[in-house]
Design a protein around this ligand. Sequence first.
Ligand SMILES: Cc1cc2nc3c(=O)[nH]c(=O)nc-3n(C[C@H](O)[C@H](O)[C@H](O)COP(=O)(O)OP(=O)(O)OC[C@H]3O[C@@H](n4cnc5c(N)ncnc54)[C@H](O)[C@@H]3O)c2cc1C
Length: 273
Amino acid sequence: MYNQCLKVANRNILRNGFVKLIDIMPKEIPIEARALGCDSAVVQAARVSYAQGLKDTKSDIKLINYLYKHKHTSPFEMVKFKFHVKAPIFVARQWFRHRMGNYNEISGRYTVLNEDIYVPIKIPSQNTKNKQLSNNDNLFNNNKKVNELQTKYMNNCMEQFNIYQQLMSLGVSREVARIGLPLNLFTEFYWSIDLHNLLNFIKLRNSDKAQFEIKEYARNIEEIVENYCPITINAFRNNKQINLSIEQINSLKINSLDNLSEREKIELESFFS
Ligand SMILES: Cc1cc2nc3c(=O)[nH]c(=O)nc-3n(C[C@H](O)[C@H](O)[C@H](O)COP(=O)(O)OP(=O)(O)OC[C@H]3O[C@@H](n4cnc5c(N)ncnc54)[C@H](O)[C@@H]3O)c2cc1C
């Protein structure tokens, strides 16, 4: 199973970027738990609470769903993944906000960085309801003025890279030469994370509220993880919707969600999702 899944665990993303699964834990799956894959480690850890181990597949699946639904999260921390990621720096900046993981990134002090610059295909317009989002359009792709500016903008990124190379060829140190490089330059890092925190990453980043580029990575990672932990991913998908309880609504002093503006609804939803 381990080798078979590794074949599908190597994805090209945003043309020059990628996600590669480097390692997983557990690698050794007990024969009686083959059907569970890495989900077996969740069951084993949970049953240690009352000194038992794996049972039959049906009750093991039921247990995983119960644990996920009731937020008994620590058994999910027993499954670990290690990825090698190549992504634009602006994506990595969003990624590194996820503190419950371990990172090691390529160093522009040790190494001359590659000339890999991300150029978006779509030029969408700004969403006016949600201040962070793009509209799901490519409104400006045929706009002459915007196209000229966008081309100039991207060419300037390449030019910054040229200057970086020239400075180093004149003997300037790498650590100083690199400081003006653009945010759309690709960087590389190793990332290890447990399943519980990985699901948090997927929930936040494979979401309509996330930027397209990081969403592409999160979507692919979710598909990779599904090969190893199909039951947990299924539980995660089935329990995505969190409904506000009366207590939550009362604590916010809101009598009815109907009285909220569109903008307030979006903010409230993102707060509880
Ligand atoms: C759509 C979107 C927009 C965002 N916009 C912004 C923005 O404008 N500016 C910005 O700075 N960030 C922004 N973020 C980042 C966001 O605030 C989180 O930092 C990021 O998503 C990581 O989420 P997390 O804290 O759940 O994950 P992790 O950092 O992996 O943390 C996992 C869990 O551990 C807890 N935890 C981790 N570290 C600590 C700690 N030191 N103390 C207490 N609890 C801790 C967290 O509360 C969380 O429950 C945005 C994220 C998203 C998804």
